[in-house]
Ligand binder design. Sequence first.
Ligand SMILES: Cc1cc2nc3c(=O)[nH]c(=O)nc-3n(C[C@H](O)[C@H](O)[C@H](O)COP(=O)(O)OP(=O)(O)OC[C@H]3O[C@@H](n4cnc5c(N)ncnc54)[C@H](O)[C@@H]3O)c2cc1C
Ligand SMILES: NC(=O)c1ccc[n+]([C@@H]2O[C@H](COP(=O)([O-])OP(=O)(O)OC[C@H]3O[C@@H](n4cnc5c(N)ncnc54)[C@H](O)[C@@H]3O)[C@@H](O)[C@H]2O)c1
Ligand code: SF4
Ligand code: FES
Length: 804
Amino acid sequence: MKKQLVMIGNGMAGVRAIEEILKLNKEEFEMTIFGKEPYPNYNRIQLSHVLQGDTTVEEIIMNDWDWYKENHIQLFTNESIVKINPENKTVESSNGRITAYDKLIIATGSSPFILPVKGAEKQGVTGFRDIHDCEVMIKTAESYKKAVVIGGGLLGLEAARGLIDLGMTVDVVHLMPHLMERQLDPTASQMLQRELESQGMNFLMEKQTEEILGEDRVTGIRFTDGSETAADLVVMAVGIKPNIEVAAACGLEVNRGIVVNDYIETSIPDIYAVGECAEHREVTYGLVAPLYEQAKVLAETIVGKRESTYEGSITGTQLKVSGVDLYSAGEIMDDPSVKAIKVHNEFDGIYKKILVRDNKIAGIVLYGNTKDSSKLFRMMMGKEEITDLTDISLLQKAGEEGAEDIGSIPADEVVCGCNGVTKGTIVKAIQTQGLTTLNQVSGCTNAGRSCGRCKPLVNDILMHTLGDSFDASLAKDSLCGCTALSRDEVVEEIRTKGLTAVKEVMNVLEWKQEEGCSKCRPAINYFLGMVHMDAYEDDRDSRLVNEKMHANIQKDGTYSVVPRMYGGVTNAKDLMKIAQIAEKYNVPLVKLTGGQRIGLFGVKREDLTAVWQELDMPSGYAYGKTLRTVKTCVGSQFCRFGTQDSMSLGMELEKKFERLDTPHKVKMGVSACPRNCAESGIKDLGYVGIDGGWEIYVGGNGGTDLRAGDLAWTVTTEAEVMEYSSAFLQYYRETANYLERTSTWLERLGLDHVKAHLADKNIREKLNDRLDQTLQRYNEPWKQAIEDQKVNEKYYSTKEVELV
Ligand SMILES: Cc1cc2nc3c(=O)[nH]c(=O)nc-3n(C[C@H](O)[C@H](O)[C@H](O)COP(=O)(O)OP(=O)(O)OC[C@H]3O[C@@H](n4cnc5c(N)ncnc54)[C@H](O)[C@@H]3O)c2cc1C
Ligand SMILES: NC(=O)c1ccc[n+]([C@@H]2O[C@H](COP(=O)([O-])OP(=O)(O)OC[C@H]3O[C@@H](n4cnc5c(N)ncnc54)[C@H](O)[C@@H]3O)[C@@H](O)[C@H]2O)c1
Ligand code: SF4
Ligand code: FES
């Protein structure tokens, strides 16, 4: 009979230990896992990205329900273990279920530390630890405006960034004079604070919370100095405490965590503790890298190998906030026992500090450029002598950029810090197992499976190792958790099997979830339209919510109305009409948008159809994955510098491409001279007039991932502008991942590749033809709502609309 292995906790460290055990011996145990949360194993680290709106809960599931079935693991979710009985080797669950074990792993993780202040139990006070907390914050942000995050550590700052992204105003309350004082020295900390302030965070430093104010629900916070701040939501991010209660109650030796030895054994035979709940050599850890090391050792211990021991870890930290690049490891503070090598370039916002003791690196703090982090960490961990190195070779010149030279990275350098995976391991896996995609490399080596920061580098190693045989188009990432098929495979199946409807695609291609998810439904609808061109009937209900409504939902549940104004040009008649409607419907805000349009903000859902009917103007698609706006300068018609007629080209472009579905939003700019008043350099397609023609720039982006467009073509006529633009857009439509901007798409395929492909006149013509055919299928969306009562009722009556 197989031995019974029971695990308490279904989190990151515990399930990693199970994976390691399965790798060593699939047959030895019958496994049962109890998890307090109602989900299969998910990537807790990515909750910050869920909150920041970069990913969804579905996408962060690491081992789905099928994985447990396939590995014959009995999983009880929503069921906590309340008691361990070491005498008769059983555990008891919150449902009263008694389960016997031969070996028991405790992997209960930690809970957020909630400050024991008056009012901490009020509604609107939460920690940030699990999917539920994340959902509470997202929901709160729908109806409330002001959040206060207590704690300026890693978690607090990532939470604050997410809450800003959700539209809330955020105060971060911090006890100490400097943020992240355990990871950064004051210089780096101040640089971080300045950056975060520029992103909209407000800091209340050196404040100690005394009381959470409000009746049932929080309304504010009072500090010990008597000052107060208002709050609709309070997120406590002041550290964590290991979950040790059940372990302590059964007589296990506990301190801050459950005490384990170098084999990850507790004080009672056949009971083990791993992860944040475990304490090893008086240290508990709160990052996955050391926990995964523990998991590996534990697996060997449990299968009786007992070869490796866990010796403790030094950890490196990074913050997952876009626009912030920082890294720290080891010691951080200058003191008489260490010498520091520092580079501080205030112009480029770069700070690098290495602390050296006895000619060996003792600590690293990097801000603004963390390219050297792996190299320095390896040197620190290997206790390398640095006597022969110059300061410059240790710390590359601040601000020095350039592509990573993959060939020069030594094989033993750790590429994925979370999972301790070296370049050598990745290269070997690619070569020996014939891997061709990032997903496969992650699956085999674990690299990239946790915080995800190393993924670009792992991908570069993949490309470098495969050399000429690397084919970007083959690089396979599955479309979403509902299918193992990649984007390209789904598109191919649509073409070859002649699939014509979203549901049909999901049925025929055996989607794991019958209804799909918010990631795949809009993508499939887009692919179907792209493949079948004018023959496809759009599935409106599969679209993202703003597209489904043909209006952007605002944070208070009202909508915006942005009529089309070709090239940003309007006239007195339209302006009067807009003004009258704004007055008639009490529109609270009339504002010029960044794309030179007039937006009416705060329109009630039930007024939308009437507003559009009275406007009698085309929709500006300010909400869509489509051409948004073509921004133009006044150009040769009025400006004395203008060499070309930018307004007329802008209007022509906008009239041609309006309503076209694209993988992501597309913006254009037309400037009539290189002074570039229409900011053509940061548009997906930007045009700059020069003597005798136009320069066409592609792949620019003025948003979060700022990118200057690349000059792709210089042409002489407007007809050529239209031909190249159509070809470029259609090639992007046909090859980009859904929700991939032209900037990332272009970086992925490479400018040279795109230019070479479109250099062929024949190819350009075919792309133009397919785009023209597709354009024939679009109608003015508001006309349909105005004319069709059913559509009007379905989407614009005051009944709740199901959000995708
Ligand atoms: C928002 C956020 C961002 C993070 N970002 C990073 C990062 O960038 N890098 C990094 O390295 N780390 C990060 N971390 C920390 C990392 O997620 C944790 O270190 C890791 O998840 C700990 O794994 P664990 O298995 O010990 O605990 P957990 O993942 O918390 O798993 C423990 C599980 O046990 C369950 N449980 C507890 N008691 C019982 C019981 N009695 N019965 C049954 N089940 C029980 C819990 O509900 C939980 O599901 C982050 C954490 C958060 C919250
Ligand atoms: N990027 C990452 O690696 C990452 C991201 C999120 C969370 N985490 C992990 O999650 C865990 C929890 O993170 P955390 O930031 O809560 O813990 P933490 O202990 O790292 O930081 C807590 C911060 O709160 C401050 N603080 C303490 N009491 C306070 C008070 N009364 N008022 C104001 N500030 C106070 C502390 O000075 C400290 O800077 C940690 O283990 C962390 O490593 C890691
Ligand atoms: S880009 Fe040149 S032509 Fe256009 S408005 Fe500016 S200065 Fe005038
Ligand atoms: S460094 Fe975090 S997943 Fe690789």
